[in-house]
Design a protein around this ligand. Structure first.
Ligand code: BTN
Length: 325
């Protein structure tokens, strides 16, 4: 069976290519070309066929390539042990977690054009259509116990906010613990998964999903309000490769400095972008709901809630949260 992704390198430019040229480049028949193109619909790509001109993608795609590395500044680049780009994967987080016991080094980065089983927080599915958004994960080894990393996911939220800001999105906020939102609509999510001994060391996989250009059909599968970068930036065309490089850069430098600095150096910025502070919230605990008013976070990344005049703290592992209206 022909690798179904081979034709994409040629079609990515959005121009017409005849069935004959496509077939010749790959050494396959025109019928085989046609069959491969049929599979693109399943990926969410629209292929147009015009008699006498050939085939083209309705929208050009900037495929992710190793040029991502060029967008990463030197101090972060030297911390990477590998950077892999996959066309199709179950989950970039799952892929790196499977690598933990194979002796790979810290700083392993995995990106994918599509995830078939993208993972969200609390067992949710992360909708990950082909060539549209950013799905990336970074594997990092910490010598500390997992409990010392309780604020890490909040610090990564700031890393993503900074990368967005560098790319013209200045109004993104954080909804505890680490949803990146604009006007109540989700723009990006972070999923941190760890394995290791309770006394350390531990391996941490930091997964980031950012909506860049969500196709309508895929958007309909998302069960919460969402937004993507393209609709916020209107005419501007985001380079997925350059943006991916910047996200990797900020995430890796946060992972590198976290053991020494913890969450403390991110607190001021967190407080500035905290969208919940002062707002009524409902926390869903295993044994019932708790209502109160969000009062920000503490140094360990726990949410502080004023419950009838008494300040209570909640760790992100034990609750799910909704902003009350
Ligand atoms: C959330 O629910 O907000 C977290 C979403 C995290 C999605 C990213 S996409 C890349 C990485 N791989 C996954 O399977 N999930 C994370």
């Amino acid at each position: 069976m022909t690798d179904k992704f081979l034709l994409l390198d040629m079609l990515a430019d959005g121009r017409f290519h005849s069935g004959e040229t496509l077939g010749q480049q790959l050494g396959i028949s025109r019928t085989a070309v046609w069959k491969v193109l049929q599979t693109y619909t399943e990926l969410g790509l629209e292929v147009q066929a015009v008699p006498g001109r050939g085939y083209r993608l309705a929208r050009p795609v900037e495929l992710l390539e190793s040029v991502i590395l060029d967008a990463i500044d030197e101090p972060a680049r030297v911390l990477l042990s590998a950077l892999e780009v996959h066309r199709d994967i179950e989950s970039t987080n799952g892929y790196l977690l499977d690598k933990v016991n194979t002796g790979v080094s810290s700083g392993f980065v995995c990106l994918a054009e599509r995830q078939q089983a993208g993972r969200g927080r609390r067992g949710r599915h992360w909708v990950s259509p082909f060539g549209a958004n950013l799905y990336l994960s970074v594997l990092w080894k910490f010598d500390t116990a997992p409990s010392a990393l309780s604020g890490l996911s909040l610090a990564i939220g700031i890393a993503v906010i900074r990368a967005l800001r560098d790319n013209g999105i200045t109004s993104a906020g954080l909804k505890w613990p680490n949803d990146i939102v604009i006007n109540g609509q989700k723009l990006a999510g972070i999923l941190i998964e760890m394995t290791g001994e309770s006394a350390g060391p531990c391996h941490v996989v930091t997964g980031v999903g950012i909506n860049i250009n969500m196709p309508e059909s895929a958007g309909r599968q998302i069960d919460q309000a969402w937004v993507d970068m393209n609709s916020l930036l209107e005419d501007e065309n985001i380079s997925r490769n350059r943006f991916a490089g910047k996200v990797v850069e900020y995430v890796v430098s946060t992972l590198d400095s976290f053991s020494e600095r913890g969450l403390s150096s991110y607190m001021d910025e967190w407080n500035r972008v905290d969208v919940l502070v002062g707002r009524p919230v409902v926390l869903h605990m295993g044994n019932g709901d708790i209502s109160g008013v969000a009062c920000g976070i503490d140094m360990n990344g726990a949410l502080i809630v004023d419950c009838n005049g008494k300040k209570e703290r909640f760790d992100s592992g034990e609750v799910s949260l909704r902003a009350a209206s």
